[in-house]
Ligand binder design. Structure first.
Ligand SMILES: [Zn+2]
Length: 441
């Protein structure tokens, strides 16, 4: 099996001679040096970090494990103090990303990148994509572009360096039209959001058999049921990518073993912590905490991402020693007194139904009971007449987090209906909708 191309990338970043292998000790020493440089830069240039890190003695950091002595930064800091976190003048900023935080009234987060920061992303994309594509292949990017620094534009730049051509389409709105374009242009590889790529795999206008040779899913957590459906439709490997705006888009990507993302460890240092912020043993679930090691514009130091995952402890089947991150959990939960309803658990069950393209869940509270409504989009020709609503109800009863509340009568399945709204109204932020105070007389 081909080793992750990130080994070669890492060796070059660390400055090893060609063919050198970045062992754990070499990588550790490199990361510790880069962390020291990042702390020095932040304390010198950023008023925010001058305050936040004032009690930290940088000489006390003898190993990467000592990073736990540094205070965390939070998404709220990116909303209230982004400009104070800058380590360069605003004139040196090439891209600003504004992200709405959860809660409608919250101030948006802002993240700033210099041209050098953007270059690091293109370099990582170029190397990471070598796991999926060969020179001469054509890649369709079903993600936002083409502005400087967008994921579409950075992928396009990176892919060009490894002899591939990128077609930046943007998000899928009309699956039939995208399939036509894939066939016309002879696209070999697709990069997109899990649900959006699933819609292409399930749409009746078929892609020429053997056309798609690899798929990269990104931008959201990835249900196994979606990986399986794409696998079956196109008989090609489905890779997972982990990344956020805060990681500089790229964060980690699977090798051909398809068992967890090898991390972008020459640019980023990831920790996993428990709910009280303490490090968990390798292999245990917890929140991902991110430290940038090479970022110039706005370094992030022990940033709480809110994403939940774990490090995989076994050595990868590709032979690499580089750490791997398991698939991240979905974030959307609805809390009941008796437990929580998880959208990712529902996805695993509902997307097993071959006729489903997408669906939405809303929950209405009535005194001490909850009513669940499901609107669904099906492939052309399927629907209520074929008993799809009944099949969905059956599937929902098998889901662990729904079983008990349904049996106890705390939760009831109200309506399951074909949605009249547009497919993919907000594909990046799929979540359980709450219908508040539905009972008005
Ligand atoms: Zn591997």
């Amino acid at each position: 099996m081909d080793m992750t191309p990130l080994e070669e990338w890492m060796a070059a970043k660390i400055g090893l001679p060609k063919g050198g292998v970045p062992d754990a000790a070499t990588l550790h020493d490199y990361q510790l040096t880069m962390l020291g440089k990042t702390l020095a830069l932040a304390r010198k240039k950023s008023p925010f970090y001058q305050r936040r890190l004032k009690d930290v003695d940088p000489h006390a950091l003898k190993s990467m494990a000592d990073i736990t002595r540094l205070p965390f930064t939070y998404p709220g800091d990116l909303a209230t103090s982004a400009l104070q976190m800058l380590c360069v003048s605003q004139g040196e900023i090439a891209r600003v990303v504004t992200l709405q935080t959860s809660g409608t009234t919250a101030t948006p987060k802002r993240i700033y990148f210099t041209l050098d920061d953007l270059e690091l992303t293109a370099d990582f994309f170029a190397r990471g994509m070598k796991a999926l594509v060969k020179p001469g292949q054509r890649v369709m990017v079903l993600m936002p572009g083409p502005n400087l620094g967008s994921v579409g534009e950075r992928l396009s730049t990176g892919l060009g360096r490894i002899g591939c051509e990128a077609v930046v389409h943007g998000l899928v709105e009309d699956p039939g039209q995208v399939i036509e374009k894939i066939n016309d242009l002879g696209i070999d590889c697709l990069i997109g959001l899990p649900v959006q790529v699933l819609s292409l795999a399930r749409w009746s206008g078929k892609i020429v058999p053997g056309q798609i040779k690899s798929v990269l899913l990104s931008g959201d957590y990835v249900p196994r049921s979606i990986i399986g459906a794409i696998n079956r439709a196109w008989n090609c490997p489905v890779f997972n990518h982990y990344g956020l705006t805060e990681t500089g888009l790229g964060g980690g990507v699977e090798c051909r073993a398809l068992e967890g993302c090898h991390l972008r460890e020459a640019d980023l240092y990831l920790e996993i912590v428990d709910s009280r912020g303490r490090p968990v043993p390798d292999g245990c679930q917890g929140e991902i905490v991110l430290t940038t090691l090479t970022r110039k514009g706005m370094p992030l130091i022990r940033y709480r991402t809110g994403d939940v995952s774990r490090f995989l402890t076994e050595r990868c089947a590709c032979g690499s020693n580089l750490r791997r991150l398991d698939r991240v959990q979905g974030r959307s939960v609805y809390k009941l007194e008796q437990g929580e309803l998880r959208l990712d658990e529902m996805d695993e069950a509902i997307f097993q139904l071959d006729e489903i393209m997408d669906y939405e869940v809303s929950i209405e509270r009535q005194d001490n009971r909850y009513l669940m409504n499901i609107g669904f989009w099906s492939v052309p020709g399927a629907g209520i007449n074929n008993g799809l609503d009944f099949a969905i109800r059956e599937k929902l009863r098998e889901i662990p987090c729904l079983k008990q509340p349904l049996e106890q009568g705390v939760l009831s399945l109200n309506d399951v209906y074909p949605s009249s709204k547009k497919l993919f109204s907000n594909p990046i932020k799929r979540k359980i909708k709450r219908v508040e105070d539905a009972q008005e007389h």
